[in-house]
Write a protein that binds this ligand. Structure first.
Ligand code: COA
Ligand code: MG
Length: 299
C-alpha cells in the first residue's frame, strides 16, 4: 500500500499547544513530537511528560504519531523511550544515525517493550535521520539494519555543520548526501523525507525545493510551521495533468499488450515498461491521496 507522507510537521515536545494543533487541526500526514534539538536542555523531562500525555489522550485521526528521541550517543535516549512508550507512537524518529547498531539497540529495547505489553512484535516503526558525514558513509548498513525502518529522513543543517559546509539556497554542498539518502531508501522500498526549509515566510522557495525533492524520489518533506503544510501536501501530490497522462498511457499500454506489442509510440515518444511503472506509481499515489477512487486505475 502506498502511504502518504508528504508533510511531516515537527514541534517541540514541551509545547502541548503546538502538538494539539498539529494532531487535531492541521492537514499534516505525520506529526513529530520532538524531544531532541527543538527542546531546551533543561526541559527534556517536561517534554517527555507532555509527549506522553498528548500521545495518550489526543485523537490523531489519520495522522501518523511520531516521537523524535535523542541520539543513541547521548544519555537520554533510553529514558526518552521508557517515558513515552505508553503514548504508543506509530514510529520513533532517531536522529544522527551513524551505524546499524544505533538502530539495532533501539530495536532490542522496543522488542522487549512490545513483548512485556503484549503488543504485536515490530509494530512500532523507526525513521532514521541521516545528518552526519558518518551517517552518509554508512547508509548501506543503516538501511539494511532492521525491518522496522519505514522511512529515512535527510537533515541538511546538522550535516552542513558536521562537514564544515556553508549552506546556500541551491544546496549543492549537501547534494551528494540528499541524493544518497533517497537512493538508499529506494533500494529498500521505504519512504524518503527531505530536510527542513527554515524560512517559513518564503512559500515560493519552499515550493521550489519541494518540487526538486519530489523529482528526486522523495515522498515528502519536513515542515516546521503550519504555513508550510499545504505547500508540501500540494507539491508531493501528483498533478491532475500527471494523473490524466498516466491513465491514458496505461490504457494505451494495455491495448498494445493485447495486440502483442511491447514498446510503442505515444504522442511522438517511445513508451516501454519503465514509463508504465512510473504511470502505475502515479495512479497508486493518486488513490492514496484521495485524488482518484480505488477502482479508477483501469479507466
Ligand atoms: N507545530 C504546530 N503548531 C505550530 C508550529 C508547529 N511546528 N509552529 C507554529 N505553530 C502554531 C502556533 O502555536 C500558532 O498557533 P495559534 O495561531 O493557534 O496561536 C500558529 O501556529 C502560528 O505560529 P507563529 O506565531 O507564526 O509561530 P511561533 O512564533 O509561535 O513559532 C517557531 C515559530 C519556529 C518557534 C515554531 O514554528 C516551531 O516551534 N517550529 C518547530 C521547531 C522545531 O520543532 N524544531 C526542531 C525540529 S527541526
Ligand atoms: Mg538535526
Amino acid at each position: 500500500m502506498t502511504r502518504v507522507r508528504r508533510s511531516v510537521l515537527f514541534m517541540p515536545g514541551d509545547s502541548l499547544k503546538k502538538i494539539t494543533k498539529a494532531a487535531t487541526q492541521l492537514a499534516v500526514d505525520c506529526v513529530v513530537m520532538d524531544l531532541e534539538d527543538g527542546v531546551a536542555l533543561d526541559r527534556k523531562e517536561e517534554a517527555r511528560q507532555t509527549v506522553l500525555e498528548a500521545g495518550k489522550t489526543l485523537d490523531f485521526g489519520s495522522r501518523e504519531k511520531w516521537i523524535r528521541i535523542n541520539p543513541t550517543s547521548t544519555s537520554w535516549w533510553q529514558d526518552d523511550l521508557a517515558e513515552t512508550i505508553e503514548a504508543r507512537p506509530n514510529a520513533y524518529v532517531i536522529p544522527k544515525v551513524e551505524s546499524a547498531q544505533d538502530l539495532q539497540q533501539i530495536c532490542d529495547w522496543l522488542t522487549q517493550a512490545e513483548k512485556e505489553r503484549g503488543w504485536e512484535p515490530s509494530s512500532i516503526e523507526l525513521v532514521g535521520i541521516i545528518e552526519t558525514a558518518k551517517g552518509v558513509l554508512c547508509l548501506p548498513q543503516i538501511v539494511a539494519a532492521t525491518d522496522r525502518l519505514s522511512a529515512m529522513m535527510f537533515g541538511s543543517e546538522d550535516l552542513a555543520g558536521d562537514m564544515g559546509a556553508i549552506r546556500t539556497p541551491e544546496g549543492w554542498e549537501v547534494f551528494y548526501a540528499r541524493s544518497a539518502v533517497v537512493t538508499a531508501a529506494a533500494a529498500y522500498r521505504i519512504d524518503a523525507i527531505d530536510t527542513i526549509f527554515a524560512d517559513f515566510n518564503d512559500p515560493e522557495g519552499l515550493q521550489k525545493e519541494a518540487t526538486v525533492a519530489r523529482q528526486m524520489g522523495y515522498s515528502g518533506k519536513i515542515a516546521i510551521h503550519p504555513r508550510q503544510v499545504p505547500i508540501l501536501n500540494d507539491a508531493f501530490s501528483p498533478t491532475e495533468a500527471e494523473i490524466e497522462h498516466a491513465t491514458k498511457l496505461i490504457a494505451a499500454h494495455d491495448a498494445n499488450q493485447a495486440a502483442g506489442t511491447g514498446a510503442f509510440a505515444y504522442e511522438g515518444k517511445m513508451v516501454d515498461m519503465p514509463m508504465i511503472r512510473s504511470a502505475q506509481k502515479i495512479l497508486a499515489q493518486a488513490q492514496a491521496t484521495g485524488q482518484r477512487n480505488q477502482d479508477s486505475s483501469s479507466e
